[in-house]
Write a protein that binds this ligand. Structure first.
Ligand code: ZN
Length: 199
């Protein structure tokens, strides 16, 4: 787990959040007890979901997916509180607490780390890629392979010949050429998709 030296991120301005979280860092044992009683604590490698209330309007706001806990008339995100209670100091100003497991309700401190907005965005791009790219394929192709196969469309070789050469199935080659798979990597549009019809 990443360790942050609190002195390194001394707050330039003291905000309300900072104050609330400072006080939380010195919270009495009963608050910590109450907090952890609402977390389904499991093994180190497992996610520990927040079992009490989730914030706001789940369908409309992103925050609705996070656990929320009340503290002195304020509502704080449960995963931030988990991190603060474990570390004993506030989240550095300008940092968010990111989930390595991508489970907003998870409060396992081993799945939490401070990061900037930019790191959060980079994580999301990575996950987005894994959903639409390599992990989703039933073959061991990479984005680069798919682009290479796409570039062979006008080589004069048949799909079957290219498939034989690369040791993959002809249907994989044809589906890449038609844009019905790997289109995010190749930029080829499936002519049957609504996007293609309306463009
Ligand atoms: Zn987790």
């Amino acid at each position: 787990m990443t360790c942050v030296d609190p002195g390194r991120y001394a707050a330039p301005t003291i905000t309300k959040d900072y104050l609330a979280e400072c006080r939380l860092a010195e919270s009495p044992k009963d608050f910590a007890g109450r907090f952890w009683s609402k977390v389904k604590v499991g093994q180190d490698g497992e996610c520990w979901p927040w079992t009490a209330c989730l914030g706001g309007n789940r369908t409309k706001t992103r925050d609705g997916r996070y656990g929320h806990v009340g503290f002195e008339h304020r509502v704080l995100k449960a995963h931030r509180v988990a991190w603060i209670l474990t570390k004993g100091f506030p989240v550095p100003i300008g940092y968010q607490i990111l989930h390595s497991c991508d489970q907003p309700r998870c409060c396992n401190p081993m799945h939490l780390r401070p990061g900037t907005l930019a790191q959060n965005a980079a994580d999301k791009v990575k996950r987005h890629r894994s959903v639409f790219g390599m992990k989703n394929a039933n073959r061991k192709l990479t984005d680069q392979d798919a682009r290479h196969i796409a570039s062979l469309r006008h080589s004069g070789d048949s799909g079957q010949a290219i498939a034989n050469k690369l040791g993959i199935s002809a249907s994989t080659v044809l589906s890449i050429w038609s844009g019905s798979s790997w289109s995010r990597a190749t930029g080829l549009m499936n002519s049957t998709s609504p996007l293609a019809r309306h463009s």
